[in-house]
Design a protein around this ligand. Structure first.
Ligand SMILES: [Zn+2]
Length: 113
């Protein structure tokens, strides 16, 4: 798995590591430590109702009834298929998935496992 370190300030992708503990972004000259970087990665991990990390493409189960607009309800136990972890949460929802009979929706990570 290749990993690009993104500058937390300008989102630049040219960050370099000094080999010791400091990262530097040549685009905005922001510097951050390896510890900061590890904490940022940890914070970016989206976790399910059981605290497990969720990966793109996962197929999970809905843990509770979720009311949508109108009379539509996603029943507890429904399959949340083809999950995609959003780069930026949409209205607080961290995930996008497909529910049979409903279609493509946004869903909170805490409602799947
Ligand atoms: Zn930067």
């Amino acid at each position: 798995m290749s990993e690009i370190t993104i500058c937390p300030q300008c989102k630049g992708e040219h960050v370099f590591f000094d080999g010791n503990s400091l990262f530097t972004c040549p685009d905005c000259w922001f510097q951050f430590t390896q510890k900061d970087h590890a904490a940022a990665i940890e914070a970016a991990i989206v976790r399910d109702a059981n605290g497990h990390a969720i990966a793109d493409g996962a197929n999970l189960i809905v843990t509770q009834d979720i009311k949508l607009g109108g009379s539509k309800v996603i029943k507890r136990g429904s399959k949340a298929k083809h999950i995609r972890v959003l780069d930026e949460p949409f209205d607080g929802h961290e995930l996008e998935c497909t529910i049979d009979g409903i279609g493509r929706i946004y869903i909170f990570a805490k409602y799947v496992k």
